[in-house]
Design a protein around this ligand. Structure first.
Ligand SMILES: *[C@@H]1O[C@H](CO)[C@@H](O)[C@H](O)[C@H]1NC(C)=O
Length: 135
């Protein structure tokens, strides 16, 4: 049922991030984006798993992007929307992106202007969840 590239992504995320299960009731969302400077072509993958490690859905999709930073943040926005569309209520978003976590936590004051529209979007989507944690 899983597409082969999704299986591959799942395995990669597990290996590189030392995946740990979330607390019970939470769904952990892992995501990763890759981006090529010359082609502006980016790809992103999202994997959701519950506390028992059960796969709860995922996606892999290409997209276009001209800024690595934006690709990173766009990937997390996609992961966030994915979680919303799956009606998850309590989620943990796991990312290595410091700029994103600081942006989401710190609000307006660490203005990296390029990601501000994404942060605004995050704020809007956040109301769809009961708990959103970043790790
Ligand atoms: C999420 O909830 C909406 C509204 O209740 C429903 O229409 C939709 O099918 C649900 N989606 C999933 C993936 O369960």
């Amino acid at each position: 049922m899983l597409r082969p590239n999704l299986m591959c992504l799942l395995r990669t995320l597990q290996l590189t991030h030392g995946w740990r299960p979330p607390m019970s009731n939470y769904v952990k969302i892992n995501f990763d984006g890759a981006w090529k400077k010359d082609s502006h072509l980016a790809g992103l993958g999202v994997v959701a798993r519950d506390a028992t490690g059960l796969f709860c859905g995922g996606l892999v999709t290409p997209f276009h992007c001209n800024l690595a930073l934006v690709a990173e943040v766009a990937t997390s926005l996609c992961a966030f929307k994915f979680a919303m569309n799956h009606n998850f209520t309590d989620i943990i978003l796991e990312t290595d992106s410091k700029i994103l976590v600081e942006g989401v936590r710190g609000g307006e004051k660490n203005g990296v202007w390029a990601i501000q529209p994404f942060l605004d979007e995050f704020k809007k989507i956040s109301v769809c969840f009961r708990y959103v944690l970043w790790s």
